[in-house]
Ligand binder design. Structure first.
Ligand SMILES: Nc1ncnc2c1ncn2[C@@H]1O[C@H](COP(=O)(O)OP(=O)(O)OP(=O)(O)O)[C@@H](O)[C@H]1O
Ligand SMILES: [Mg+2]
Length: 244
């Protein structure tokens, strides 16, 4: 196993106030990890801290063996960290084609057509809707587009904040399939999901955050079967997998 990302006593927040407190964990190359926690636990803030888009207040972020906590988001993006933030983040009035071109903004011009072509192969729905306005697509299709816009840069690590929020159970399943596919291509994934059960089913590891602190970390299957976790985050005794 090879570590791709390591957080060491990382504290982060806004306006000098810490929301994430002294969190440490390591992500193995090629793994999928779910970050679990209630509303306001600091999941999005932790993702921003990894990407560099909130205040760094202590500790270290080590990516590919290099301390990056002082690097800005643009540099982290270039180093291979891709971030798809929570909520809709495409250009709704622009077409799928134009959105994908926007996603190429950090890449040399000679790469654009080739990279877009690869995304259309990986996600045929984007090919079918290529000339359609992004805002007119379904929520699931827009999530796929937003993820593809980030994948254009071929990141080695992908941060996905609530990719299935607001989607039907069937579409949530499609988003999870997409995550599995991305992982199969060797990308390391950290995911925050309101569908905790579905996310844990595709994950190797789970990390539970409570009030900005790491509460628990372990194999996803163990966390999924932990009675306390089931009670707090999985609605008690779920016997049916809603992602199927
Ligand atoms: N831009 C910001 N400026 C100041 N405080 C913020 C900002 N964003 C979030 N916070 C605060 O940080 C805390 C954690 O928020 P965060 O969005 O990280 O939680 P979360 O676990 O992602 O919650 P949710 O499940 O609702 O998405 C909250 O108290 C929130 O009010
Ligand atoms: Mg959040």
């Amino acid at each position: 196993m090879e570590t791709l990302l390591e957080l060491k006593d990382l504290s982060a927040g806004y306006g000098g106030k810490a929301i994430v407190h002294s969190v440490s964990f390591a992500l193995q190359k090629g793994s999928i990890t779910t970050l679990v926690g209630g509303n306001g636990a600091g999941k999005s803030t932790l993702m921003r801290a990894i990407y560099g888009s909130c205040d760094h207040l202590g500790g270290s972020v080590v990516f590919k063996g290099q301390a990056i906590e002082k690097a800005d988001p643009f540099d982290r993006h270039r180093m291979g960290i891709g971030f798809v933030p929570q909520g809709r983040c495409n250009f709704a009035e622009m077409t799928v084609s134009e959105n994908l071109k926007m996603g190429c903004y950090t890449l040399p011009a000679r790469e654009h057509a080739k990279r877009i072509e690869r995304m259309l192969e990986a996600f045929p729905v984007l090919k079918r809707k290529f000339r359609l306005k992004a805002g007119n697509m379904s929520g699931g299709e827009q999530q796929i587009l937003e993820t593809a816009m980030v994948l254009l840069a071929e990141p080695s690590m992908l941060l996905l904040d609530e990719p299935s929020l607001g989607l039907s159970p069937k579409t949530q399943g499609e988003v999870f399939d997409m995550v599995r596919e991305i992982s199969a291509r060797g990308v390391t994934v950290l995911i925050v999901e309101q569908n905790v059960h579905g996310a844990l089913l595709i994950s190797d590891t789970a990390i539970v955050l409570e009030m900005g602190r790491k509460f628990l970390e372990g194999p996803a299957a163990d966390v999924r079967n932990d009675p306390n976790i089931r009670h707090a985050y999985l609605g008690g005794n779920i016997t049916k997998d809603i992602s199927e």
